[in-house]
Design a protein around this ligand. Structure first.
Ligand SMILES: [Zn+2]
Length: 282
């Protein structure tokens, strides 16, 4: 599933291809993936894309002219928002659900084989911030240790489960939570509300290192993720625990274990990641 580094990579790779471009028309092949009204102007037809914004794993295409100036895209599990330069590339692709025609044979395509993603149409970016994005927690690249302490204060869930919860913190999924907890020497089952403040400070510091490193490598292509130009990411080559169960820890050579937390496969090093953590309640 595309997480913050992958979605940020998509936004950056699309920026110079679609910002400033006018949308000529739109082809909707599968109405069910669009939430909200879906007349052409709701999907920015006749409008010029002025900006792409991101919060957590979601992005917004913002039109220059109101009304109907915002389209929110969630890539879900297998979604991609990608520019295609030829009609032939989309004509026989049954997973292309919405096609924005930008002129000169250039198209912006939303494709999603498993259809867990979707598109939301809104009258403005402010409306998106007040509705769909209002329930999301702070973005993982913006959160401060103090804010994270507040977000985790009332949850005794395992830290892994809490960090996966988009209402607590927006942007992390299974890949980057496992990688982050390994980097922090934290066992994924530690109760979130019992982590001392210095561990939360360390967690935020390491998150601010991990996510930009992953963005610099174009994100992780563990399945079929590609960026806005159709390119794969390379950060999967640098994973230290995710997808490496039963392999030796790259730090101490102990065999990595896997378990299930919050219904998600979780990989960790039983030697490097301590449990229970010191439980100094603040
Ligand atoms: Zn280890």
């Amino acid at each position: 599933m595309p997480e913050l580094p992958e979605v940020e990579t998509v936004c950056r790779s699309l920026s110079d291809q679609i910002v400033g471009r006018k949308i000529q028309r739109v082809t909707i092949r599968r109405r069910g993936i669009i939430h909200g009204p879906a007349q052409p102007h709701h999907l920015l037809v006749g409008n010029t894309i002025s900006e792409i914004r991101r919060h957590g794993k979601q992005m917004a295409l913002i039109g220059k002219n109101a009304p109907h100036a915002c389209v929110c895209v969630h890539l879900g599990m297998t979604g991609a928002l990608v520019c295609r330069q030829s009609k032939r590339q989309v004509a026989h692709d049954r997973h292309c659900h919405v096609i924005w025609h930008l002129g000169q044979e250039s198209n912006l395509v939303f494709r999603d084989p498993r259809r867990f993603g979707g598109i939301w149409t809104l009258a403005s970016f402010a409306k998106l911030e007040k509705s769909r994005w209002a329930s999301l927690g702070p973005d993982a690249l913006q959160i401060t240790p103090t804010k994270l302490r507040k977000q985790l204060a009332n949850t005794a869930r395992p830290i892994k489960a809490a960090l996966l919860d988009q209402n607590v913190l927006a942007g992390l999924g299974n890949i980057y939570v496992d990688e982050l907890l390994f980097n922090c020497h934290l066992h994924p089952a530690n109760p979130a509300c019992l982590l001392p403040f210095d561990q939360l400070q360390s967690l935020v510091t390491k998150m601010r290192r991990l996510l930009p490193r992953a963005i610099a490598k174009g994100g992780s292509s563990t399945r079929d993720y590609v960026d806005g130009r159709g390119r794969m990411g390379h950060f999967q080559l640098y994973h230290r625990v995710y997808g490496r169960a039963k392999q030796p820890c790259r730090r101490c050579q102990t065999t990595l274990l896997h378990t299930k937390i919050a219904g998600r496969t979780t990989v960790f090093c039983p030697k490097c990641q301590r449990y229970p953590t010191p439980t100094k309640k603040y």
